[in-house]
Design a protein around this ligand. Structure first.
Ligand SMILES: [Mn+2]
Length: 661
């Protein structure tokens, strides 16, 4: 395998956001881990009504000819009756009863919309864009008040605070707070204003929603079910499939089956017979699905207003388009619903951590339009059933969780499809405070998954992954014949094509081979003869100056790199010097490196030896007595602002100093 040379072509020039002023700009691009499972199908029986009254016994005796006529008429009547009922009800009656009226929020019949007219008039072939909003429901929801309504935070009394711990421990979020909120709670419409007038095709495919879960909490699971049903046009929602990955909570067995059978007629529960892990659980759900589109969701989400048409519309245009919603945040403590950002494109670094790239200028011009995204976050996406199975679903050799979002993303792009994020579809997700379940996997199953993905899809670029995780070389990835056959059968393009056409700006932020730092070693304050020491501290912590290790005085963490990202980080670590205010004596802390400048951008002044922070326009200063460091207005005459970095690439520093910002 020959690793590609380090010459990257960029199809488009991309500008990265510069952060104005001194805002606390700290993206916390988190990594979402999903744990999840299957099976005995709970089939929901639908009773067919057909009662006919037969009142012909008297005539029968009198006239056998008349009797025969009655028989013929009765047979015809009986044969046509079910058809007539079906015709008259337009197949809708049953669907209107999705949601039980006894729960305090009857599922009111919807106002007739354009879409209904289209559905009833089956002969209509006119294709047009229509408004799919359910204004009656929107108005009803806007009027709701109560704990957590309108997506607000719920507060606990001091008495309740004492009782929340037990549920917190087993869920990783404040499930006690969840129990205080209605299963039908309303959410604030936080979509971009342009979404409110956006129209979608009148003919959209229907959807099977597949929700894998393991030990999900009762009210978060059911709130998900109600939210996806109540906020979807009923003709588009074919079914919801809850897939239980061998949960141990008792109520997720018979009690859930009974509740679902009693309250819904288009929700199925499938129970796994052993712990399967997220990937096989999703596959199991997909195998049970009969809708035209699969919408995979995590088990603790709430869908926001009109979430479904924006996900289906791009698929209606091309069945090989995969669509992801915007993922909002439901607070793990108080269940407040909020945006995490206004969108970004999915990506990865070369250790396969999920990362995000900024939107392109053309994406920013149309904030309600779907934009292309190289890689999905993983948990929430819609894909046509046809395309999913043409791609072979997920590689069934992937174990538990990890790498599946890369596998599917790479192959859908490389094999002729595309993926977009739909800004007008918003779904809130509870990011847990901590993982409450033990990992069901054995050994480095994630590494094995990554290797399967790399070997099948990444060609020579796999080497970049192995360079960072050399032990992958020794992992047995198992049999890859079937996966390679998929790639062959669909005549899929190379990973080089993917990197150049789809993730073209990724190497700029996450280069396969890291360029060398432009300065490195100890950072010594010349006045104090003390060195910056981060003492192996973690994120969000401050640090100061200490006697220098190189002088044989004490031991800490004093080796730094002024990286090509223009940030300063302890050697071989990915936390960076970060300053988020521009006040006097502004604190410097360690924060996860985001590689995008802003609060973490530094310059070395080659003449004055000051460490300059362009965004706050201040310089690094220190208090020798207290051994503290902080930011202050730049003053060339102050010795406490003069720093000597041990090794410096002079040419690079001078060049760098001359660049704007
Ligand atoms: Mn989750």
């Amino acid at each position: 395998m020959n690793p590609p040379t380090r010459q990257y072509k960029y199809k488009k020039k991309v500008t990265y956001p510069q952060h104005n002023g001194h805002s606390t700009w700290r993206p916390k691009w988190g990594r979402v881990t999903y744990v999840s499972h299957f099976i005995s199908e709970n089939s929901i029986s639908q009773t067919c009504l057909g009662v006919t009254f037969v009142r012909w016994s008297a005539e029968m005796r009198r006239n056998s000819v008349t009797f025969l006529k009655y028989v013929v008429v009765a047979i015809i009547f009986l044969a046509l009756c079910p058809l007539a009922i079906k015709f008259l009800m337009g197949g809708k009656r049953i669907e209107e009863e999705y949601v039980d009226a006894g729960r305090g929020m009857p599922f009111a019949p919807r106002v007739q919309r354009d879409s209904d007219v289209v559905q009833m008039n089956q002969k209509s072939t006119e294709r047009k864009k229509i408004d799919w909003h359910d204004y009656k429901r929107i108005a009803e929801e806007a009027a709701k008040t109560g704990p957590g309504e309108q997506g607000s935070a719920v507060s606990l009394t001091s008495e309740e605070e004492k009782q929340k711990d037990e549920l917190y421990k087993v869920n990783g979020f404040n499930a006690y707070a969840s129990d205080k909120i209605s299963l039908h709670r309303s959410l604030q419409d936080i979509r971009h204003p342009d979404c409110k007038s956006k129209k979608y095709w009148n003919h959209l495919p229907n959807v099977s929603i597949v929700v894998p879960f393991h030990n999900e909490h009762w009210t978060t699971l059911l709130r998900l079910v109600y939210s996806v049903i109540e906020r979807a046009p009923r003709e588009l929602l074919h079914e919801v499939i809850l897939v239980d990955d061998f949960s141990t909570k008792k109520f997720l067995k018979g009690e859930l089956d009974e509740y679902v059978a009693k309250h819904f007629n288009n929700v199925k529960v499938v129970h796994a017979e052993k712990r399967e892990g997220l990937i096989r659980t999703r596959l199991l759900g997909a195998k049970h699905a009969t809708g035209e589109v699969l919408l995979f969701l995590d088990s603790h989400v709430e869908a926001n207003v009109n979430y479904l048409p924006p996900l289906l519309d791009p698929i209606a245009e091309d069945y090989r388009t995969v669509v992801c919603p915007f993922i909002d945040v439901i607070d793990f403590e108080n269940f407040a619903y909020r945006a995490q950002d206004e969108g970004a494109r999915g990506a990865f670094d070369w250790e396969f951590f999920y990362k995000r790239l900024p939107l392109l200028p053309e994406d920013l011009e149309h904030p309600a339009e779907p934009f292309r995204s190289p890689v999905m976050a993983g948990g929430l996406f819609a894909i046509s059933t046809k395309w999913f199975w043409e791609l072979g679903g997920y590689d069934p050799g992937l174990d538990i969780w990890g790498g599946e979002q890369y596998e599917l993303s790479f192959k859908l792009w490389q094999c002729g499809g595309k993926m977009v994020d739909a800004p007008c579809s918003r779904i809130g997700h509870i990011y847990r405070k901590f993982a409450p379940f033990p990992n069901p996997g054995v050994g480095d199953f994630v590494g094995r998954n990554y290797k399967r993905v790399a070997e099948v899809w990444m060609d020579e670029y796999a080497q970049f992954l192995y360079d960072r995780r050399p032990h992958y070389k020794n992992i047995d990835a198992g049999d890859l014949t079937e996966q390679k056959a998929v790639r062959e059968r669909l005549k899929c393009k190379s990973f080089k094509w993917f990197m150049e056409e789809v993730a073209f700006d990724l190497p700029k932020v996450y280069p396969p081979v890291e360029p060398p730092p432009i300065a490195w070693g100890e950072i010594r304050n010349t006045a104090a003869d003390l060195c910056i020491d981060t003492k192996f501290k973690g994120g969000d912590q401050n640090f100061g100056v200490e006697p220098c290790v190189k002088d044989g005085k004490g031991g800490g963490e004093q080796e730094f790199e002024f990286s090509w990202h223009k940030d300063i980080r302890p050697k071989k670590r990915t936390v960076c010097f970060d300053v988020s205010t521009s006040v006097q004596k502004a604190p410097v802390i360690l924060f996860n490196c985001h590689g995008m400048g802003g609060n973490q951008r530094w310059k070395i002044n080659p003449r004055t030896k000051q460490l300059y922070h362009p965004i706050s326009a201040q310089c690094l200063d220190c208090d020798i007595g207290n051994r503290e460091i902080f930011m202050n207005p730049c003053d060339e005459t102050k010795d406490t602002q003069k720093w000597k970095v041990e090794n410096v690439n002079e040419t690079a520093i001078i060049h760098e100093w001359g660049l704007p910002r």
